[in-house]
Design a protein around this ligand. Sequence first.
Ligand code: PMP
Length: 406
Amino acid sequence: RPLPIGDEVRNDFPILSRTVYDRPLVYLDNAATTQKPLCVLDAMRDEYLNVNANVHRGVHYLSQKATDLHEAARERVRSFINARSTNEIVFTRGTTESINLVVSSFCDEFMTEGDEVILSVMEHHSNIVPWQLQAARKGIAIRVIPMNDRGELLVDEFEHLFTDRTRIVSVAHVSNVLGTVNDVDEIVRISHQHGVPVMIDGAQSTPHFKVDVQSMDCDFFVFSGHKMYGPTGVGVLYGKEEWLDRLPPYQGGGEMIESVSFDKTVFAHLPFKFEAGTPDYVATHGLAKAIDYMEEIGLDRISAHERELTRYCMERLRNIDGMRLFGESEGKDAVVSFLVGDIHHLDLGTLLDRLGIAVRTGHHCAEPLMQRLGIQGTVRASFALYNTKEEIDILADGITRVSRMF
Ligand code: PMP
């Protein structure tokens, strides 16, 4: 049943009809986290009410039911990104934990002092700081793909960053500040030509368009549930089985072992080797429902709707006096970052908030990108499937009104 998009889906998200400061809420902070549809909330409540038991360990009825839901969610995620096998789907707490897992295990096994990782200038801190921790611990080196002023990575320069010490490339699929959709197919192709594996940070792509990890051919792909209508506290690490098999475990504990004695522990097979401790099995079920919800509407329709909102927003904002837009790449996705005149981003964001408009301000966990742009921060509006052109009109009018106060 294809659902309509925009206005009609708003009833699925009761929070969208609330007011803030006696004004209708205009929620444009979706790149930080999306709102959750009733079907996700109901499914999670139902699991706590009727099923709740710890997974994998129990012989009893409820534990088996909870395990079934948890493992069905793994299959749901597998089909969502078209992985070959559920062995390749590791549940984590989110993108950040997925990246830390790969960085830590990969560096342990495959990197020594002087080895290099290639990142891009538009990475989120979560794809910078874990590498820096390893730089401090092991002396690995970080090389950075630059971008042009439209916010597009320079693929030619990327090619020149490879040396015989390059061990891995790790790049965002979509920038959380610029909305640039990076040409990850090309990045993977070039990296593989050099015999180097690639991790793609999909935190800002999975909410917006169909991802196929097999056709992309990346070696690792990571994302968060909460940015795609699912609950907080659950994320995914996809890894090609041949890579996950070769990586050592990240955390030790229950669930990730086959057998333990004080002399020797045999680790569990994939994906459990990377899932120490009780997983958030209710959240994984919620994530599966969020995927159902997105697929019921249709990823293509979501994508087309959000691209149109993005185009419309750029057009409306461009006409405002003193407007500076950041990120002008072709096919940019669902994120619009801007500054107006010399108004501080925090002042602009705070005054928009008083009009009921929720935007984000600051460096967006991408300080190196701010340095590249020569600014301290931006105001960022970011879209989801439930946003409407009327909301963008309210944003544009709000910005005009606020900027007249300065
Ligand atoms: N990478 C990108 C591109 C992001 O936008 C974010 C979230 N802002 C993250 C990583 C981190 O995601 P999380 O906080 O859910 O771990």
